[in-house]
Ligand binder design. Sequence first.
Ligand code: PLP
Length: 392
Amino acid sequence: MTIDLERARRDTPGCEHVLHLNNAGASLPPRQVLDAVIAHLDLEARIGGYEAAERAQAAVERVYDAAASLLRCARDEIAVVENATRAWDMAFYSLRFERGDRILTGMAEYASNYIAYLQVTQRTGAAIEVVPSDETGQISVEALRRSIDGRVKLIALTHVPTNGGLVNPAAAVGRVAREAGIPYLLDACQSVGQMPIDVAAIGCDMLSATGRKYLRGPRGTGLLYVRRAMLERLEPPFLDLHAATWVARDRFEIRADARRFENWETYYAGKIGLGVAIDYALGWELCAVRERVYGLAEGLRARLSALPGVTVRDLGAERCGIVTFTVARKTGTEVQKGLAARAINVSTSSSSGTRLDMEARGLAQVVRASVHYYNSEEEIGRFCDELRGLLR
Ligand SMILES: Cc1ncc(COP(=O)(O)O)c(C=O)c1O
């Protein structure tokens, strides 16, 4: 299947207003998602929030089946939460660490995850160890393999970082984790929606994702996958009457499924919208999405490399839809603002988001232009022309 660009753009109202290359920030949603969210908010306003949730129960429940199809797992292995960070946190803070335990991670690790490692290792005496990258810039699977011993209690990897097109070899890391029997937590926040993700093929035990980025869902939505065999071993860091049941004055029972990581009050319109967004993504086929996104991004990298004063910064043997670059004599923020004045959306990524990698490369800030399948070749050309004009 190939992407029908005309239909993709027709389905995306925002295309008429902006040249949007901030899909790794938040994608423009398709009309189908927008309509579903607005319809539910409208229903809530007309008949009441609880009553609307009851009436829309099938649409709310659909998100679990949609997410299970997307990640190729079972619906009871899915929790729907507020965002990717909270999804990741619920998994990470469920694990128990002791002095001497080791957590292995990579150079591209995201700030929120690393802050959590610091907090937990400072509390417990466990250690964080950063596996070096190989010559392509991805995590070195060989170095990871050499680091394994009986004290490694977690392998935690960011699949695609916030600051570049690198795609870490998640499945090769999964093979190391499986062979050693070590829990494996994958932050797939930036990858889900722009490529096929199969949790069994990757071999991860836990995976976090967000709604608003490449899935094109509503803001304030996220997903956690936890492998069924792992569920019972993970006691969530907080519980409520949705995650557990108060069965006697002195006793509670935790839910058996992944919804033990959710909480009772939730963004129903967002949940419905996320289900619609996932179904919409599946309708395009993620292989076709990947092919188009990777192709557009490579084309953009080639054009940027030809612009005087522009340096493309993406690492990796495999590179996805996130394109990062720096320009001589201008900060990333200046470039972003200049483009915003021309109705072109990009974002910037600073060292505090991915400190290990940015410091190792001596980078303070990069401009991030992240493409999606609904972006056109004409937009890529216009973007490069405007950038050239800005740099003159
Ligand atoms: C690698 C990575 N993980 C997690 C997150 C956090 O996602 P959310 O804002 O949905 O919590 C981001 C956001 O940019 C990210 O880039």
